[in-house]
Design a protein around this ligand. Structure first.
Ligand code: GRF
Length: 191
């Protein structure tokens, strides 16, 4: 990834589908002088709760239904170009981007996943980790490639699973670490 030159921040879009706690955290991180990115656009496929942060922080937001993936992606690309976006962070975005879209943005889309990849790609990671009696789980920030949750790993954080953990308590524990490690991974990429 390119090195930062001067003080210009890399214009970033965050894609969400849910509560947007990672989005909020990235917005706060981006406001720090040391942050290599600025959050300039928020994209969702639904009326996600997290879109409220767009209004709260005065960031442009747009919903694309993804009912027709090709059309939605085509329109996203137009908007991204218009807004001069050069980096994309997926944060709980529940749609799978097409190979074509990923290729157009090659090496510039990253994602956070709530497991120690390559373990537990896809959904219900905490249930699966507990069911398999894993002693550890974690979160992974990785580049997005054409294969689901399989791109090059940027940063991983290991988190202990105790006998008291339920999928809900584990999700809470992991999310707390996600908030630390998503910005850390971005710092690692650009510095
Ligand atoms: C996070 O656990 C993330 O790893 C996963 O979806 C969740 C999104 O949470 N992909 P939030 O919307 O950022 O609160």
């Amino acid at each position: 990834m390119e090195k930062l030159t001067g003080l210009k921040k890399i214009k970033t879009a965050v894609f969400i589908s849910g509560t947007g706690s990672n989005l909020k955290n990235l917005i706060k991180f981006a406001k720090f002088k040391k942050s290599p990115i600025s959050i300039n656009l928020i994209i969702s496929n639904i009326k996600a709760k997290g879109l409220n942060y767009a209004d709260q922080f005065g960031i442009k937001k747009k919903i694309f239904s993804f009912k027709n993936i090709k059309t939605s992606e085509k329109n996203i690309l137009i908007l991204i170009k218009k807004e001069k976006i050069n980096f994309i962070c997926l944060a709980g975005f529940m749609k799978i981007l097409s190979k074509d879209f990923i290729k157009k943005f090659n090496g510039k889309i990253i994602n956070i996943h709530p497991s120690l990849l390559p373990k537990y790609k896809g959904l219900n990671t905490h249930e699966r980790a507990i069911k398999d009696k894993n002693k550890f789980t974690g979160c992974t920030v990785h580049y997005v490639s054409s294969k689901l949750d399989s791109g090059k790993i940027i940063l991983q954080r290991k988190i202990k699973i105790t006998s008291k953990d339920s999928p809900t308590s584990l999700a809470k524990k992991v999310l707390k670490q996600e908030h630390k490690f998503y910005p850390a991974a971005i710092m690692k990429i650009f510095n």
